[in-house]
Write a protein that binds this ligand. Sequence first.
Ligand SMILES: Nc1nc2c(ncn2[C@@H]2O[C@H](COP(=O)(O)OP(=O)(O)OP(=O)(O)O)[C@@H](O)[C@H]2O)c(=O)[nH]1
Length: 691
Amino acid sequence: MARSHPIERYRNFGIMAHIDAGKTTTTERILFYTGKNHKLGETHDGSATMDWMTQEQERGITITSAATTCFWRDNRLNIIDTPGHVDFTIEVERSLRVLDGAVCVLDGNQGVEPQTETVWRQADKYDVPRVVFVNKMDKIGADFYRCVQDIIDRVAGKPVCLQIPIGAESDFVGVIDLIKMKAIVWNGEALGASYEEKDIPADLADKAVEYRSKLVEAAVEMDDAAMEAYLEGTEPDADTLRRLVRTAVQRRAFHPVLCGSAFKNKGVQPLLDAVVDFLPSPVDRGAVDGIDFKTEEPTTRNPSDADPFSMLAFKIMDDPFVGTITFCRIYSGKIETGASVLNSTRDKKERVGRMLLMHANNREDIKEAYAGDIVALAGLKDVRTGDTLCDPAQAVILERMEFPEPVITIAIEPKSKADQEKLGLALSKLANEDPSFRVSTDQESGQTILKGMGELHLDIKVDILKRTYKVDANIGAPQVAYRETLTKKAEVDYTHKKQTGGTGQFARVKLVIEPNETGKGFEFESKIVGGAVPKEYIPGVEKGLNSVIGSGVLAGFPVVDVKVSLIDGAFHEVDSSALAFEIASRAALREGLQKGGSVLLEPIMKVEVVTPEDYTGSVIGDLNSRRGQIQGQDMRGNAVVINAMVPLANMFGYVNQLRSFSQGRANYTMQFDHYEQVPSAVAAEVQAKYA
Ligand SMILES: Nc1nc2c(ncn2[C@@H]2O[C@H](COP(=O)(O)OP(=O)(O)OP(=O)(O)O)[C@@H](O)[C@H]2O)c(=O)[nH]1
């Protein structure tokens, strides 16, 4: 079987918005209008679709799929859900990575809100081509032109209007299409209302001409021939104009602006036209970079069925019908059910069992899929977010996986046995979805410890545990994942002896303990020759050492980058045992760590603050007071970007403080950079707190 649409007719896009701007409503309307225009092999008339929408609305759930496939003007659209939380988790980056373009929804009344700034700047950072939809034009106080000006003032965007509104608030009836120079007026506000093309109302004629010329002048910049013709007095025709706007979007030269009211069913069809006309196809976005699995050399995959098969897993979800499903974007080649593929990230074979295409109100089992497709796979064995699946014969890794160290921990204690069980299941799912999130058990207290990349990261996980998995639990305060290490070499000769009455215990070990290369962790070597410590006792030695490595001598934090050599020892024919050697080694290493000048290490975060210029001084002053070191300062658009290295211990509660002194307009991201020795004054405090 062949593909249903050429890849040039694919649009993989996301809808980005701040909370409450109308992302959900806009998505629902898009699915309604696209569903209405396309029969998916089964017939459902308008009313059936409407029923489905009412039901969904009553239940209060809407679009739950990570990617939904729909069709418009014989184009295949995949709407990729972009996470509501704009934070620094891996999932956000992955979902931005798999989309080729975005619709940025603004609230026509609120304009560019602080949260929109965040969303916008993130799209800038990932170079996402986008169009803007000014929603809620029916709302009291809606002001299209102020929103357009906001894009310039607040995020230094380059808005170019493709439409202007006809009427505002309750009188909002439609838009003027500045490419066609026609009025588009909807017949009422019911779901599915049709629209008519009319002449531009007389009172808006001048305004339409004014904005049309702004559009044309911006567009002809994209093409020398068009510019020349324009200078000679020939305006581009509608098709040329669309082509020029398309180029502008792909080059991020400007941001086309449309408007409407998703809620009142106005403006949705032209928005869909804009997605098709202006957002890039996979071909426009070009080849993806990867690493050849065998040679480890950089390579690429073209968005073509002819290239070797490759796809990236970007979201893992629980599905009530088929269990765990993995959403993947196919970058190159094609795949059939039953095929064997390689998970090149983990070097594991997988079989493609069931493949699904998620539509708005049904799911379709499919047998094959092609470059550009977004598919949901059921029944994979061990695939995690960010893994590459590919043709085993021509294997590629699409993304180098480098996970930042989890630098923050919290203890979680389920309230009942039932909660304990729910927690176990939920945690294994969350860890699969997000490889930067880890779970462990504290050896001493038996508590479950969650580890993540930052406070917000763990906050979100706890929220999911409580809301989605209904786990009732006590949550500890977040703690910094300190470490301990050694500063100099030490030698210890330790004898463990208990030989009074009954079976005795005897073991003597001589250890050399020295700093290891940074990042090498803990290494143990037995240099015993001639049986001073018999072989069968060596595992006992290792066990003893490991228990100390897990919980150091200063404040009980893991010990890193230490090398221990067993150079000599002694045993007793009757009284020695693995246990005796374990006890001796534990005591010996503890002594050695003291002698070797153990120090505390703390995670240092690379912090990027993006702020309007007015707050630069406050941001820098505050970072300094947090033991931060400012690395540099730059402009991005009209915002100032400040880079700093700050100890994680001093970043707690930062988000609130930053919001409060910037009226919510500054935001930040941070990620782990390295571990550094804690200054001695601070170390004393930490020890007092934890030891
Ligand atoms: N007046 C008006 N209200 C709208 C419009 N679109 C959405 N709303 C309302 O605005 C509120 C938020 O809309 P949603 O679609 O849930 O917004 P969202 O961006 O998905 O919100 P979150 O899911 O919280 O991020 C709802 O009460 C909608 O009914 C619109 O075009 N006009």
